[in-house]
Structure formats: C-alpha cells, structure tokens
Design a protein around this ligand. Sequence first.
Ligand code: SAJ
Length: 418
Amino acid sequence: MKITILGLGYIGLPTAALIASKNIKVCGYDVNKEIVSSINKGKAHIREKNLDILLKKVVTKGYLKADTVLYESDIFLIAVPTPIKRNKEPDISFVKSAVKDICKVLKKNNTVILESTIPVGATQEIAKIISSERKDLRVPSSVGEKGDINISYCPERVLPGNILKELEMNDRVIGGINKKSTKISLAFYKSFVKGKCLETDNRTAELCKLVENSYRDANIAFANELSLISENLDIDVWNLIKLANHHPRVNILNPGPGVGGHCIAIDPWFIINSAPRQARLIKLSREINDQMPFKVVSKVKRSLKVNNLVAEDSTIACLGLSFKANIDDLRESPAVKVVNKLKSLNFKKMYLVEPNIKKLPSYLDENKFELVNFKSAVSKSNIVLLLVDHSEFRKNSLKKQEGKIIIDTRGIWASNHK
Ligand code: SAJ
C-alpha cells in the first residue's frame, strides 16, 4: 500500500511522519522545493513537539520521502491550506489545484481523502472536478455506490503544540462520498489511529469540523465578553470565572487579547458564508473576538492616562507574539495585531519578547521594535504588557515589581491584571 500526502505543512508533515513510523511507505508531496529538501534531510521546517526526532527516524529508515513530483499511489491524502479571502469567503483553490495534480496520476481503485478544512459541499465539488478531468473513471456521488475510485472527507482535529499525540489518540470522523469510500478510508485510519473512527457522510463530516472550531470560538467570545463586563463593573474576571467554574455544569474558558491561529479565527466564516441568516451567534462571536486586540490597545491608553504618562516618554515591554502559549506560530496572532496597533502611539521604545523565535518577521518593523529576552525587556520598561501565557512568563511572576504598570491580558499573574 502506497500513501501520498499532499501538502507538508502543520498537519501534512506530522501526519506523514506518524504514518511512516508504523512502517508504512509514505511519499510527501509539496510544491515548495526548500521544504522538500529539508524534510529529506530529516529536518522539519515547522516546530512541533517531538516532530524532529520522529522525522529523522522515518527518513533515515526510508519510510518517508518528500518530492515535488507527484507519483502514482493507492491513497492520496490532501492537507493543503484553505484560507479565507478578503471578503471572508473560503478559498479552496489549493485543494482544487492538488486534486487536478492527483487527476494526472489517478488509477482505478485509488482513494482520495481530504483533511483540509472546507465548506459544506466541497467534497462533492472535488468529485465533480475528478469526474470532468478523468472521463475514463466512474466517480461516485453521495448517493451512488458504483465507482472506480473512493473519495472521503476526514477532517484533522489536532491541537498545535500537541499534534503527534492527538493525531494518534483523538477520535476521527470519516465521511465518505459513498459507503465504500467510508469503509476504505476507515480501514486506512485504523492503521495508525488509536482513537475511535466514526463513520458518517461527507457533508456531515464537513460541517462537524467547522462546528467544533465555531463552538470553541463562541465559548472564548463568552469569556472575552465577561472580561469586558467585569472591567466595566470593576470586578476581577479571573476570580469570577474561577468561582463560576465551581458549579458542576459551568466551564468558562479564558479571556485573552483575541483569537488567533489558522483555524478558530477562520473556520466559523465557512459556516457564516453557507448559512448567513442562521449563523447569528457564530458571527457575533467572531466579531467579539476580533475586537479584543483593539480593547487591549484602549486599555494601554487608559493606563497611560491614569498614571499621568505619555507614550512618547514611556517604554513598553510586550510579552509574547505567537498566537498561543509555547509555540512559534505567529499566524493570525492577536499579540502581533496589538503590537502593530501600539506602534502608532509612538512609544519611546517598544521591546518585544518571544522566546520561541530567533528573529522578528519582516512585517514587524525592526526600526520600531527590538526583540529582547524577558529579563532585559522588563527591566528596561515602565509598562509591561503580557500578551501570551508562555511557561517562561508564568515562572516569572511580576506581581512584586514596584513602579511598573502591569497589564496581564491572560490572567497568569492574576489579581494585578487591571
Ligand atoms: N484561546 C483563548 N482562550 C481560551 C482558549 C484559547 O483566548 O480559553 C485563544 C488562543 O490563545 C488562541 C486561539 O484561542 O489564540 C486558538 O487556540 P486553541 O488552543 O483554542 O486552538 P488552535 O487554533 O490551536 O486549534 C484548534 C483546535 N480546535 C478545538 O479545540 C475545537 C484543534 O483541535 C483543531 O484541530 C485546530 O483548531 C484546527 O486545525 O482546526
């Protein structure tokens, strides 16, 4: 059995390495030559717990090989990005282009599995593309059992920072375009997944993925709204949530500077687009979470005013840039949004601290910001703004620091958060 994974990013690469670690031959396909060459040297181009060790092992043993050329295979697993366009519509062009590549080498009895997040109906659209590109193959539809190939939607649901473990242990939803596709895909996932593999149809699987991330977004929005209400009523939101969560059926999440990453801040829009009149709560949650970086900037401005300070004479340490704790991923990061917005206040100096990166990305102007370590940033600044709850920051409580304004958006130094 030959497996090919298309797209060797945050999901595709760990998936390829995990499957290869079960002594199954995996071919990784990516259009980026540098990524392919680095993988073939056993070096991951992304940072993820235990990935480098596993990758080195499977590449050395010859179970994983990356290429920029797509060869024949039994299973094609698509894990390419599906961003949103400026107008918030889903952009599935990378998926479509991967499917067109597959069509050039597709054979009878092959299976095409989509793992990328897609809007409802996209698996069916993929089937139509295959059908028009390969008139020689009978492509199954969601009602028909007859078909020369199999097509399924099996969304990834792993948490960045814990991907390898969750790939193996999480339950999977397997939605075939027909029953045969579901059965074949189920057998494939059972070869490396220890969690339950749950059978359904492609459309339910598509919505299921979007619902999971929208559920989390709505719950974070609730926590963020509570932080705004509490601030208005002069109540400590962290203490409030701690107390409320003692109720056996209440489990409020953590407020913060907003929702980042490539999933939770994006996927709800796929539902909003498909059902705009019905998805009211989902849309409002997006709006609440998207306004949080602005609220943080307002808080900084208020703190300056209350303390009779002006930004031009003040130095600020911004702690954390990644979209969440203990990762190096800056995609859609609310911390980056806050930092960029604070730029216009013209601070005398802005120190940035991000223990997981060595260099600031080009979109963070080096003339305006300086990347330094925690100790140096804090000692040189009169305002300390905590944006990400990295373990390093948790270890260094700032509660006792005299004469500094501390704004803790993640509540890790608790009581002094206002
Ligand atoms: N966040 C809060 N408060 C919280 C929890 C999270 O502000 O209480 C923020 C984080 O700081 C971050 C954002 O939300 O900016 C998202 O972080 P996350 O840890 O909730 O989720 P992701 O984006 O890393 O991964 C999610 C996961 N989905 C769910 O938990 C439902 C993961 O399982 C999915 O596989 C992943 O999206 C994906 O790829 O879709």
